[in-house]
Structures are given as structure tokens and as C-alpha cells.
Write a protein that binds this ligand. Sequence first.
Ligand code: ZN
Length: 173
Amino acid sequence: MSESIKQLSKLPVRYCFVMNPYPGFRYSSCPYCQHKTGQRKIPLLIHVEPLHLVALNYTCRYCQTCDLLIANKHEIESYLAGMFIEAIPEIVGNKYLVVGTVEKTAWRKGMHQSMLVGEMLPYASYFKETYRELRAQRPGWYKVGQEPPILEPPLPKDWIKGNSSSSSRLKPR
Ligand SMILES: [Zn+2]
């Protein structure tokens, strides 16, 4: 276990988190409680193997009832690819994990003073809980009692080994 990850485990906890693997699908209602979701723009703390921590300011769907942030996997991966493809292309496609959030004020200060992400850790929170990636059922007409099959999410597009195309990547804002 790396030092940065050991430090992470001591952080206070805030928010539950789940990844949505369906591009273009917005979860305007919560997949767990069905309440309407809102938006919350918050810097997400992401650990990329082997040893990289990044903070990405990202607009999540947010369910107040469940205290749940929902992030779109393809967007996150597109931003990550944009961050790393020139500086450290060999880690693009590595395993990564969204581990928590960073206080906005600390994140903003970090942007201006090029603070290392490690220095933001005192202002970071670990997620209370991370749920398994969402799965939706395939839409269509089904007979009574017939269980709709699971809709397989598309494969990663930007966060893959050996990807050097820059056409569709998102730029962090
Ligand atoms: Zn909910």
C-alpha cells in the first residue's frame, strides 16, 4: 500500500459514490430511492495506479436523500486521459479509483499555487461508501414476469492502453 493511500484511509468521510457507465444517461432520478437528483460540482479525488492522485472538478448528479454522488464513467475517463496523455502517456488505461472529494476552497487555491494533490489531503474527505457500478435493464417490451436483460455498458473509449487520439477527449474546466 502506497503512502498516499495510507494517508487517505485516515481522512474523514463524506458522501456515498457510484459510477454510471452509460454515456449520455443522466440519472435525473436516483437509482436507489427514485427521488429527483440535482447537480453538485465538486473536486473529485482520484487515485490512478500506480501512484498518482489527481483532483478533478466535476459536476456529479447528486441525491440529497441518499447523500449520493453519481459520476459518468466515460466523462471521468475522458478527463483523466486529457490530464495524462501528454505528461505520462504510459499510465493511461491503468486502474483507477475515485476515492473521495476535496474542499472547493483548497482545490481552487491548489489551482492557483500549483499545490501538489498530496498537499490537498488535509482538505480531502474519503467516501462513506462506494457502490458497485450501476447497471440498467435493457429498455423494450417484455412479457409479464419476464425479467428484462441487463444493458451491457459500452467499453472504455479514451481510458485505454495505447490510445493517442485526441479528437473526443474532454478538457478539465
Ligand atoms: Zn437516493
